[in-house]
Design a protein around this ligand. Structure first.
Ligand SMILES: [Zn+2]
Ligand SMILES: [Zn+2]
Length: 55
């Protein structure tokens, strides 16, 4: 699986503030977000089910 932020699509392999969590709706997709996107509450959408959030 590619290690890139779901919001900005930057590679986040070496970014310490990166967080990964299962999609809260479908639980089938690992959503990865980098620190800046998390801090700025940049929106994302799950490719598997279309869930949108920061939450
Ligand atoms: Zn990002
Ligand atoms: Zn989902």
């Amino acid at each position: 699986m590619a290690s890139s932020c779901i919001s900005c699509h930057k590679r986040v392999t070496n970014t310490t503030a990166t967080t990964v969590f299962k999609c809260p709706q479908c639980q089938n997709y690992d959503i990865m977000r980098c620190g800046p996107c998390r801090e700025n509450a940049v929106s994302y959408s799950c490719p598997a089910c279309g869930f949108m959030g920061p939450n």
